[in-house]
Design a protein around this ligand. Structure first.
Ligand SMILES: NC(=O)c1ccc[n+]([C@@H]2O[C@H](COP(=O)([O-])OP(=O)(O)OC[C@H]3O[C@@H](n4cnc5c(N)ncnc54)[C@H](OP(=O)(O)O)[C@@H]3O)[C@@H](O)[C@H]2O)c1
Length: 92
């Protein structure tokens, strides 16, 4: 579906981005990447999605979280880190 969307100019979005993926955020993989880039786990996941061509939808009542959620465009995950998160997601 994502390939079809990309080919047809349809923006693919994620919802329940954080609430549906607590195991991803708490994983050793994402924690290690977060430490490496000095970002939060949420920022790593949002950045991963963005670099994968997905626009993450989230929401917050916290100014700090909003700053974090918007602060994902000044760093870039390496190919290796993208691959490791993809492997994690494919494990289900
Ligand atoms: N169109 C649709 O089909 C559809 C479907 C589902 C949802 N939505 C909408 O999409 C929006 C997002 O909702 P969602 O539940 O899907 O988003 P979500 O990312 O799964 O969860 C948002 C929750 O994550 C927390 N959060 C946000 N940023 C964070 C951060 N940096 N670190 C830690 N926690 C963070 C927020 O809590 P705090 O307030 O404590 O930050 C909030 O409770 C809502 O407006 C919802 O109505 C639309």
């Amino acid at each position: 579906m994502r390939h079809w969307c990309a080919d047809h100019g349809v923006i693919y979005q994620s919802f329940w981005t954080l609430t549906a993926n607590p195991h991803i955020l708490a994983s050793n993989t994402v924690r290690t990447i977060a430490q490496k880039y000095r970002r939060t786990e949420a920022q790593i996941f949002f950045r991963y999605l963005s670099q994968s061509g997905i626009v993450p939808i989230t929401g917050t009542t916290s100014e700090q979280h909003m700053r974090e959620d918007l602060g994902i465009f000044d760093f870039e995950l390496s190919f290796e880190d993208l691959k490791n998160v993809t492997l994690l997601l494919n494990q289900g």
